[in-house]
Design a protein around this ligand. Structure first.
Ligand SMILES: C[S@@+](CC[C@H](N)C(=O)[O-])C[C@H]1O[C@@H](n2cnc3c(N)ncnc32)[C@H](O)[C@@H]1O
Length: 484
C-alpha cells in the first residue's frame, strides 16, 4: 500500500477508490506572493523564473478555473451537499468574481480537491487542513460545506517561536489547523501531555498512594470521586507548542515549507491506528511519510514536484531502509517507453512535466506554456543566465512543430537554443528543419541551436548538448541548491 505519487493530486485522487484512506493531512500552498517552490539556492545568485512562478497559477482565475467556479454550486449539489449551502456558494462565487477573483481561484482549486478527499476518506476517518491566516477563514467555509459544519472537531493552533522581521503589527507566531471527521463515529486516541512545572507534587492537592504514586481526587457530580494520577498527564488541549523548523533544526532538509515531525506524529497518533492508511496529497519533503513510517502506519504521499518525490526517497524512506517495489512503490514516474506513453495518454500535462524534468529542465507555468514553451534548461553565460526553451509533444509530430519552435527561439529574449522532446521518432524532414537553424557558439564550442530528443533517447541516457547546465544538487546536510 505504501505509495508515492508524482503528479497533480486531483487526478491522483480521482483514480483512488472511495473510502480507502483513514487519515488525511494536507498543507497546501497558500500565498502566491511567496516563492513556495523556490527550492534552490542558486550559485549564480540569479533567480530561476519558473521556480518563483510555480504556484502563482493557483491564484489565477484563468479560463479553466472560471468555468469550474461557475460550476461549483452544481458540483456540490451533485456530490450531495445541502441545497442551502449550494445556494450560499452560488452567491459567494458571484460576489468573489468581481471583488476578489484571486481568492476565488484558490477556493475553487481547494474545493474540488476537498470534495475528492471527503470521498476517499473512510467513515471513521479524519482530515487535518493546515492553513495560514491568508485564507483560513474562507477555507473553513469550504470545509463546513464539504464535511458539514457539525463535523469540525477542533481548530488547532500550532504555536511556535521565531523572529519575524515585519514591524507595525504583532509577530505572526501560529498556524491554524482544522480537524474535521467524516462522521461522528471517528478514530480518536486520547492524547495526554505532562502537567506544567507549576503543578505536580508541589501541589498540595496531590497525595501518594500505597505504591508511592502521586494522585489527586477528582470530584464528580452525583458519583464518588475518582483518582487522577499525575503520571497520566492531562488531556491535550488545542494549542500546540511545537518548535518551528529553522536553520539550525536537526531535521531540516532544506525544503522551505517543511513542517516538524512532532506535529505530524501528534496528528497521526491521535487520529489513526497502527496499520491505518495515512494520505498527504501535498506531501512536500515527506514529513507525513516519515511520521507514518515511524508510527507503523501505511502511507500515501503525492506531490506535483519531482524533486520532492526524489528528496523523500533519498532521505525519509532511505533512513528506514525501505526498498522500492518491496515496501513501497512510486507511481507517475515512467520507467520505460510504454509507461511514458501510458502517462501521456492518462495525463498529457504530467507527461510534459516529467519529460522536461527528466532532461534537467524547469517546467513552465501556464502562461509561457501557452506560448509554446513547456520548460527551460538554464546555463550561465558570463554574468547572465541563458536558456534553452523546451517543447514536448507526446502525440503526432510534424516539421511544422520545429518551425514553430524556431519562431519561439527567435522571439524569446535570452534564449539561445531550443529542444524538442517527442515520443515518436522524428522524420527526416524534421531533422532537416532542426539542422537548418544552425549553431550557437559559446567559448569556441558549437552547439546545435535546435535539438531533438525522443523519449527512447532519454531512456538511453542521451541529453541536451549545451554549455554547463544549471541543475539541482543536494549537499549532504540536505541543502538544495543550483550548481553549474
Ligand atoms: C506547503 S508544501 C508542503 C510541505 C509539507 N507539509 C512538508 O512538511 O514538507 C506544499 C507542497 O504541495 C505541492 N503541490 C502544489 N500543488 C500540488 C498539486 N496540485 N498536487 C500535488 N502537490 C502539489 C508542492 O510541490 C509543495 O511541495
Amino acid at each position: 500500500m505504501n505509495k508515492l505519487f508524482y503528479g497533480d493530486n486531483l487526478s491522483v485522487m480521482r483514480r483512488m477508490p472511495a473510502e480507502s484512506v483513514d487519515l488525511i493531512y494536507l498543507d497546501p500552498p497558500f500565498n502566491s506572493n511567496r516563492s513556495y517552490n523556490l527550492l534552490y539556492k542558486n550559485t549564480t545568485g540569479l533567480p530561476i523564473p519558473e521556480q518563483i512562478e510555480a504556484f502563482c497559477d493557483t491564484w489565477e482565475l484563468d479560463y479553466e478555473k472560471s468555468a469550474i467556479a461557475h460550476d461549483i454550486p452544481g458540483i456540490m449539489q451533485k456530490y450531495g451537499i445541502q441545497n442551502d449551502v449550494v445556494q450560499f456558494w452560488y452567491y459567494l462565487v458571484t460576489a468573489l468574481k468581481s471583488t476578489n477573483p484571486r481568492l476565488l481561484a484558490y477556493l475553487v482549486y481547494m474545493t474540488i480537491r476537498l470534495i475528492e478527499m471527503h470521498r476517499i476518506l473512510k467513515p471513521a476517518g479524519s482530515l487535518y487542513l493546515h492553513c495560514d491566516p491568508t485564507a483560513s477563514h474562507y477555507l473553513k467555509i469550504v470545509m463546513d460545506s464539504v464535511f458539514g459544519q457539525n463535523q469540525i472537531r477542533n481548530e488547532i493552533i500550532w504555536h511556535y517561536k521565531r523572529y519575524t522581521a515585519k514591524s507595525g503589527q504583532f509577530q505572526k507566531l501560529h498556524d491554524v489547523l482544522f480537524w474535521y471527521s467524516k462522521t461522528n463515529d471517528y478514530t480518536f486516541n486520547d492524547m495526554r501531555e505532562d502537567y506544567g512545572a507549576k503543578s505536580g507534587i508541589n501541589d498540595s492537592h496531590y497525595k501518594q498512594d500505597e505504591n508511592g504514586k502521586w494522585f489527586r481526587w477528582q470530584k464528580r457530580k452525583g458519583a464518588d470521586p475518582y483518582k487522577v494520577y499525575l503520571s497520566e498527564g492531562r488531556r491535550m488541549g488545542d494549542v500546540w507548542e511545537i518548535p518551528f523548523i529553522n536553520a539550525s533544526s536537526k531535521e531540516r532538509l532544506g525544503y522551505p515549507t517543511q513542517k516538524p515531525l512532532a506535529l505530524l506524529e501528534r496528528i497521526i497518533k491521535a487520529s489513526s491506528k497502527e496499520n491505518d492508511v495515512v494520505f498527504d496529497p501535498f506531501c512536500g519533503c515527506g514529513t507525513t511519510v516519515e511520521a507514518a513510517i515511524k508510527n507503523h502506519r501505511q502511507w500515501i504521499g503525492c506531490d506535483i514536484a519531482i524533486h520532492s518525490i526524489k528528496l523523500i526517497q533519498d532521505t525519509r524512506i532511505k533512513k528506514y531502509g525501505f526498498v522500492e517495489n518491496v515496501e513501497y512503490t512510486i507511481e507517475g514516474i515512467p520507467q520505460s517507453i510504454e509507461q511514458a506513453r501510458y502517462l501521456f495518454e492518462q495525463d498529457p500535462f504530467q507527461f510534459q512535466y516529467w519529460a522536461v524534468e527528466k532532461t534537467g529542465g524547469f517546467c513552465s507555468n501556464k502562461k509561457t506554456a501557452d506560448k509554446g514553451i513547456d520548460g527551460r534548461i538554464y546555463f550561465e553565460t558570463g554574468n547572465v543566465l541563458s536558456s534553452m526553451v523546451l517543447s514536448v509533444k507526446g502525440g503526432n509530430i510534424k516539421p511544422g512543430d520545429i518551425r514553430e519552435l524556431r519562431g519561439v527561439l527567435e522571439r524569446e529574449k535570452g534564449t539561445e537554443m531550443a529542444g524538442f522532446i517527442c515520443l515518436k521518432k522524428p522524420t527526416k524532414a524534421m531533422e532537416q528543419e532542426a539542422d537548418a537553424a544552425g549553431f550557437y557558439e559559446y567559448h569556441g564550442v558549437k552547439y546545435p541551436r535546435i535539438q531533438i530528443l525522443t523519449i527512447e533517447d532519454i531512456f538511453n541516457g542521451k541529453n541536451w548538448c549545451c554549455p554547463s547546465v544549471v541543475k539541482t544538487v543536494r549537499k549532504e546536510r540536505g541543502e538544495t541548491f543550483l550548481a553549474l
